[in-house]
Write a protein that binds this ligand. Sequence first.
Ligand SMILES: [Fe+2]
Ligand SMILES: [Fe+2]
Length: 224
Amino acid sequence: MYTNKTVAPFRRREGLMESFVGEAAVALQVLSGVASASRAFPPGRPIEPSEETLLPHEQRHAAGLMRVNHVGEVCAQALYRGQATACKREQTRELLREAAIEETDHLAWCDTRLKELNSRPSLLNPVWYATSFALGALASRAGEKYNLGFMAETERQVEAHLESHLKKLPEQDTRSREIVVQMRDDEIKHRKTAQRHGATALPAPVPAFMKFISKVMTKTAYRI
Ligand SMILES: [Fe+2]
Ligand SMILES: [Fe+2]
């Protein structure tokens, strides 16, 4: 005869399996570039690479920067999904999953712009996704308020990073600029949402470590 005690471990294993399969499907969607945006592409109609008017060296530079932005969005998706997986509170879990979904627009826009620039996303995206997912799951174990603090700090760093890209992008690359401006405005909104829900400032070494990881990512993604 089966009792609650004998059935519970099977249910737990079944639940874990379901969540693993679900996460693997999301990861595949993010990494294969099939994710589509729910909002319109900020510059309007996507163009063919042959219609691009930037000079070759400007095009290469813009593609490097947009590839970095694309990796940033891959990392944001993975961080939030990782945090949501290990987070115990349903409301925070929902907030993290919603944030990950909203980043899908950014991911799709960067992908479209890379195609317009006759370029491609980073080859190291699977590595960045796995690392960020693990970091998110680890951060989640620090507790509820730090979970939201981690989200607010991520958004703050991405916001600063996008601001710096507005200075680095070729002046005449209005298409990339329109995308980056919209992304920056959305990240400000995401940061404020996390703060409104009770985000706590992270202990000093954590933002510094996040900054270090992001520096390694931006340096490599610009080229690879
Ligand atoms: Fe984003
Ligand atoms: Fe965001």
